[in-house]
Design a protein around this ligand. Structure first.
Ligand code: AVJ
Ligand code: FE
Length: 430
């Protein structure tokens, strides 16, 4: 086996270990719906196996369906999450057996396949990248489900580097054009392509994500009670839900507490805020006299290397994220303190852009000029428009395999069960 095949095999094993760890629970825990926003955990588990069967075994290798009768159950478009509990999905035992059977055949396919062949599904192992990233994304979704369930057990306390005072609050990005998106990263999704030139006026962007201390000051200042800071839809959302703080926060006297995987603890004031909706991020930014960055501003500050005139895979360059660069891959079950990653800084000096929290941008999820759906329109294309806002950077729960400077995530602006925060930007002059 060559290097690429070995890397693919290792990634397949790692992501499956992760999925099985998150579903190593009593059957009742796995088949129950913990929130109407989420699928039963065992649905996610068999869905990733079914997706792997559809793309690697059937589409790339031309193998006959193993269990065609279950395809509809695991088609995310046929049944919305809230209705999935009523599906005749496979039970935990059977789901594990099914995905294990698929995986065995996938490893045989990997052994035999020509990764230099003409098929764009095969080339550079794209189809394997597709299923590896897909499974990691569902693993992160499972973590959000587990957090909503309030069950203990997933608090991991891997050591993270300490925070530090990182100096000036903002970094400056001079006017000029950069290349947004990619033509070269082999496992990038269709929505990250093609690369194209974007010319931006100068702007300032926060060096770090907005922290809990700053966010608590917004609450303290009456931010949730002043419609001036909110968009019309945001204010309606805040009123309708009676929202007064990030999700999972409660107040006791003068102290803010958060509940994290079933454990209640004081809100750590030096961590990036998480579990805020786009509407809350947008309101905070207005209160702070700033705004959310556009997606292009975010990507330029994160990935562009102005000296080399090219984009980096990660803010610091091409090296894989190590524990001194970014909080990724569920090392601990929370964001790292602000300033924890000086070695993870981008060319412009922005820090913690990758890992810790997904960051809301002001942009709708839209195609780049010249977009072509690949390998199927239901991954990206059907979500384009003015319904979903773009999130960037990846959270502590995201895996390095599914994070890069060009990676685009998206969700409804009301969503906050995902591991989301934000940073602010502002235009020159001020
Ligand atoms: C890119 C995270 C929005 O979870 O809906 C999973 C990823 N696509 N299965 C999602 C995805 C198909 C997607 N997000
Ligand atoms: Fe999926």
């Amino acid at each position: 086996m060559n290097d690429l095949k070995e890397r693919i095999a290792a990634e397949l094993i790692a992501v499956r270990d992760r999925s099985l760890a998150y579903t190593a629970a009593e059957d009742d825990m796995l088949v129950r719906q913990h929130s109407p926003l989420m699928s039963p955990l065992v649905w996610d588990l068999a869905h990733v196996g079914n997706y792997e069967e559809l793309w690697v075994l059937r589409a790339a290798a031309g193998i006959e369906p193993l269990r065609p009768e279950i395809d509809d159950i695991y088609d995310a478009f046929k049944t919305p999450r809230k209705d999935r509990p009523s599906l005749p999905f496979l039970g935990p035992e059977e789901a594990r057996r099914y995905i294990g059977g698929v995986r065995g055949r996938v490893l045989d396919v990997l052994d035999a396949i020509d990764l230099d062949g003409p098929s764009p599904l095969h080339r550079d192992g794209f189809v394997f990248g597709l299923v590896i990233q897909h499974e990691h994304q569902h693993d992160e979704t499972m973590l959000a489900t587990l957090q909503l369930s309030g069950q203990p057990g997933l608090v991991r306390e891997g050591a993270l580097p300490p925070g530090r005072n990182a100096g000036s609050e903002e970094v400056y990005v001079p006017a000029g054009s950069f290349l947004m998106g990619t033509d070269t990263l082999a496992w990038a999704y269709d929505n990250e392509r093609p690369a194209y030139r974007v010319d931006l006026p100068a702007y300032w962007i926060d060096r770090l994500p907005v922290g809990n201390r700053a966010y608590a000051a917004f609450i303290e200042a009456g931010g949730y009670d002043d419609p001036r800071w909110w968009s019309t839809e945001g204010w309606a959302w805040r009123q309708r839900g009676g929202v007064t703080a990030p999700l999972f926060w409660t107040r006791d006297g003068d102290t803010w507490w958060r509940t994290r995987f079933g454990r209640t603890e004081p809100v750590p004031m030096d961590e990036p805020v998480q579990h805020v909706s786009w509407y809350e991020a947008d309101a905070y930014a207005r209160w702070a006299g700033k705004r959310l960055p556009t997606e292009a501003e975010w990507e330029k500050a994160c990935g562009w290397d102005p000296a080399a005139g090219r984009a980096r895979r990660y803010p610091w360059g091409e090296q894989d994220p190590g524990p001194d660069r970014a909080n990724l891959g569920h090392r601990a079950a929370h964001p790292a303190p602000l300033g924890a990653y000086p070695a993870g800084a981008s060319a412009y000096g922005a820090e913690q852009m990758v890992g810790d929290v997904w960051e809301w941008t002001s942009s709708w999820f839209q195609p780049y000029p010249g977009f072509r759906a690949f390998p199927y329109p239901e991954y990206s294309e059907v979500f384009f428009g003015q319904e979903y806002r773009v999130l960037r950077g990846g959270s502590w729960a995201a895996d390095p395999a599914a994070v890069r400077t060009t990676f685009r995530n998206w969700d409804y602006p009301i969503r906050r069960q995902i591991f989301t925060g934000f940073r602010c930007a502002r235009s020159e002059p001020v």
